[in-house]
Ligand binder design. Sequence first.
Ligand code: PHE
Ligand code: ZN
Ligand code: ZN
Ligand code: ZN
Length: 299
Amino acid sequence: EMGAAAVIIYNNGPGALNGTLGEVDPASAPAAGVTQEQGAALIAQEGASVTIDLQGLVEDRTTYNVIAETQTGRHNNVVMAGAHLDSVGDGAGINDNATGSAALLETAIQMGGSPKVNNAVRFAWWGAEEHGLVGSTHYVQNLTFEEQLDIALYLNFDMIGSPNAGYFIFDGDDSDGEGAGAGPYGSAQIEAAFANYFEEVGLPTEGTDFNGRSDYGEFILNGIPAGGLFTGGDGVKTEEQVAKWGGVAGQNYDPNYHTSRDNLGNVDRVAFDRMSDGVAWVIGSYATSTEDVNGVPPR
Ligand code: PHE
Ligand code: ZN
Ligand code: ZN
Ligand code: ZN
């Protein structure tokens, strides 16, 4: 099942692309620094020839979400899990977010199309997260109210192999008291499900801001409980965190975040493996029951 979402891609500023738009009178065209409106007008005006410093509009594209659901299990109590498939233009986006995408894909492959589960599992690989959560927002907004109610919970995986990894679980109830925002009722139980798993395997974790910076944002805005894992991006690792996890204090969790260095050589495979096991375990547990993971239903 494919869902299309229109995106307008904007260039982020300095180092802007140059574009050539056909063949007419260069004198009539602005040389640089056109506004988005001017850019759009130039594109609309066929045959205009101009090389512009595109500070604004670059192009219009259609992008896609890829969605797959088990044939088995209740389709009115769906366990949904998603990861964004796109990257920023500056790099290949391997930690951000081939890691989350791959963990989900492997979970889906291992589970198969007709697993013996009580709840259907729906996997989503989102498009255009980096352009403002476009794919996931489009998806949630285009569900009917009934279809939204059929989703028991949503799990998000965006960056789970950071080279200076932290082991973070979204703080669904804002229990760390930072005021970063809490999710709907049920989000705290999802946080606890991940926390219990990592406690069982002896890996210390911390809560992290549940503030809408990834594809769970539109889910929680619509009252769907959510959670997920994250190994850190542009934040800085502390001495206390190095004491429990290793790594380098005073350095970002992912020093390659949104750069061309976000490549296959810069993924922490140990962190990625540990987080992937948590992904699979929690998805599998909720597929069995959305009530029993912590003895408390997500909603
Ligand atoms: N969504 C951010 C990105 O793709 C990364 C991020 C993930 C930030 C999770 C905070 C929490 O760049
Ligand atoms: Zn990103
Ligand atoms: Zn991301
Ligand atoms: Zn919490």
